[in-house]
Design a protein around this ligand. Structure first.
Ligand code: NAD
Ligand code: MG
Length: 387
């Protein structure tokens, strides 16, 4: 049966990798909607190539431009919609059975939740909504019987290494692998002059700018720790982080009997994407097969916590729970954006986050509206901590 799929954030790194996998399986998938923020040129090209029924631009002016360009090109079958409300509407629309959540940041929260509430197959790359809402997100999925499939390579690896029924009774611990990013082995204090270009040059993965900076500070692994704890209902204390520079083992599950199960593969997002698109079947991803002889060796190290302030803050927020993860996430988004705009030095990022946590981490929430309010407050505190 053909799956009808909507890709939220189709012009980004994960969005494009998703389309690359779909290219290999046009008979299995029908594209219902493609969405982007402001990148008119990319969404225009994708509309001409994939002819989705709907295209949404979160930005109103960008949507107007897209509509004109599509009309001029004779692509009148694509319905163009504008704004965040349209994004949410399309995510929950019964016209698609699957949604790839590949927006970056908190902007993806409401659209992703809408897809979850509609009980769809939801492929989660966009980790920030899970970090912000944690168990509330998973409770919504349980209530609607949505099928939540992780795309983040570590979480996809854990999903693949858990028993088929995802029963965690025999699981002792989860081990998330981390490449260590571009500054592995450097002391934190030596990084004050790091530029956005240097921070975004990841040794193993090609990704969007925000997650690339998160990988350089290792906040990405901290967000992933919180994400893993929510997705797999594991206390953060039972989720370990292991630095594995080759990025070949994507994560491991340790069982009570001493067995470790892991998933290995080339560092290529098309692999977890293909896995989640076709689960429980398997389809080709287009990624290169791993040559074990070329890999030859796999190294593992404990993270150097003394030089990883962002990971320390994230671990403490993960253990504290309540609103701490949402505050951490919001302040991190503000700090990373300011660093990318060259407004603050790289090493200031954790200081901004710490300030927001000091003021707001003790808050708690019981609804999405409350999380959004806390997210907003944390952004305000973070903005004032920039100067
Ligand atoms: P990206 O910056 O390359 O793409 C982001 C997409 O979201 C774009 O299509 C953009 O138009 C859209 N977008 C941005 N802001 C928006 C807004 N305010 N409203 C609506 N749409 C908006 O990011 P990416 O690297 O593809 O990452 C996407 C998500 O997947 C992130 O949460 C990231 O942490 C996660 N992820 C990415 C990778 C990777 O390899 N890139 C791996 C694991 C997880
Ligand atoms: Mg990851």
């Amino acid at each position: 049966m053909t799956q009808s799929i909507t890709i939220l954030g189709s012009t980004g790194s994960v969005g494009k990798s998703t389309l690359a996998v779909l290219d290999l399986h046009r008979d299995l998938f029908k594209i219902e909607a493609l969405t982007a923020n402001t990148d008119v040129a990319s969404l225009f090209e994708q509309c001409c190539q994939y002819k989705p029924r709907v295209a949404v631009m979160a930005d109103d002016a960008a949507a107007e431009q897209l509509a004109v360009q599509l009309k001029d090109a004779g692509q009148t079958d694509v319905e163009v919609r504008a704004g965040h409300a349209a994004l949410i509407d399309v995510a929950g629309s019964p016209n698609s059975s699957s949604v790839m959540a590949a927006i970056v940041g908190a902007a993806g929260l409401l659209p992703t939740l809408e897809a979850v509430k509609a009980g769809k197959r939801v492929l989660i790359a966009n980790k920030e909504p899970l970090v912000m809402t944690g168990s509330l997100f998973m409770r919504e999925a349980e209530a609607s019987k949505a099928l939540v499939l992780p795309i983040d390579s570590e979480h996809n690896a854990i999903f693949q290494s858990l028993p088929d029924d995802q029963n965690k009774a025999g699981v002792a611990r989860l081990h998330l692998t981390a490449s260590g990013g571009p500054f592995r082995g450097r002391s934190w204090d030596s990084l004050s002059e790091i530029t956005p270009e240097q921070a975004c040059a990841h040794p193993n993965w090609s990704m969007g700018q925000k997650i690339s900076v998160d990988s350089a500070t290792m906040m990405n692994k901290g967000l992933e720790l919180i994400e893993a704890s929510a997705l797999f209902a594991m206390p953060a204390q039972k989720v370990d982080i292991v630095v594995h520079p080759q990025s070949i083992i994507h994560s491991l599950v340790e069982y009570l009997d001493g067995s470790f199960l892991a998933q290995l593969g080339a560092p290529d997002m098309r692999i977890p994407i293909a896995h989640a698109l076709s689960w429980p079947q398997r389809i080709a991803s287009g990624a290169q097969t791993l040559s074990l002889f070329d890999v030859a060796r796999l190294d593992f190290q404990a993270p150097d916590m003394a030089n990883l302030p962002c990971l320390r803050l994230a671990r403490s927020a993960a253990e504290q729970q309540g609103a701490a993860p949402a505050v951490l996430n919001a302040a991190n988004e503000v700090a990373v954006a300011a660093f990318l705009e060259r407004r603050i030095p790289f090493t200031r990022i954790p200081r901004v986050i710490e300030t927001a946590l000091e003021q707001l981490a003790s808050l708690d929430f019981s609804s999405v509206d409350e999380v959004l309010k806390i997210d907003n407050e944390a952004r305000q505190v973070a903005v004032s901590a920039l100067d």
